[in-house]
Design a protein. Sequence first.
Length: 129
Amino acid sequence: MKNDDAITIDKAPIPRGPYVHARKHGGLVWVTGQIGRDAKTGDFVKGGFEAEFNQAIDNLEEILKASGSGLDRVVRAQIEFVEEKDLEAMNRIYGERFKEPFPARTSFGVAFLWKGAKVQIDCVAAVDD
């Protein structure tokens, strides 16, 4: 892969480790897990799980746009969340933000996420090379 296949943008929170927002290869883009942080402040959005999940998807969408893709081209998503009580809201928001035919998806509960995040989402999407 070439270095120009690496994508980091200013419309999503800056990576806090040795990784980029996304990598493109072979007609696909792999987007790093996104949490509910605001790109301008770097802070978590206020409003609990639903606000964080919507912000995480907003961040994902900005990275996809910069990659030449979009939410409508996502073929697989993975969601990790901390509280079982948020499962219903997660499914509702996912169904509102992603349209049919829905991407393949894995979702599961975890003990913790970075800095107390309530949810994280990553994806693989189709992209034109």
